[in-house]
Design a protein around this ligand. Structure first.
Ligand SMILES: [Zn+2]
Ligand SMILES: [Zn+2]
Length: 78
């Protein structure tokens, strides 16, 4: 049994994620995303895909990067 660090749920299916050398325990991906996923610098939504790093900021999509004035960002995932 492990306790989710976001919602406090005791759950035998909890899992750990190691990020930046720190271990985190979650009962669901929703809680993991809530705690760890970066937010888009333009619209503020959680980035759960690759995201776009541009101009030193993270964006959920190329559209948001362009709205924020970052040029030359495409939605290609490669
Ligand atoms: Zn939880
Ligand atoms: Zn966005």
């Amino acid at each position: 049994m492990a306790t989710c660090e976001v919602c406090g749920n005791d759950y035998d299916g909890a899992f750990t994620i190691e990020k930046d050398g720190a271990r985190h325990v979650f009962d669901s991906f929703e809680c993991a995303i809530h705690a760890l996923a970066p937010t888009c610098a333009h619209c503020g939504c959680r980035i759960i895909g690759h995201g776009h790093q541009a101009g030193g900021q993270m964006f959920c999509c190329a559209q948001c990067a362009r709205h924020a004035g970052v040029e030359g960002v495409s939605d290609r995932a490669d």
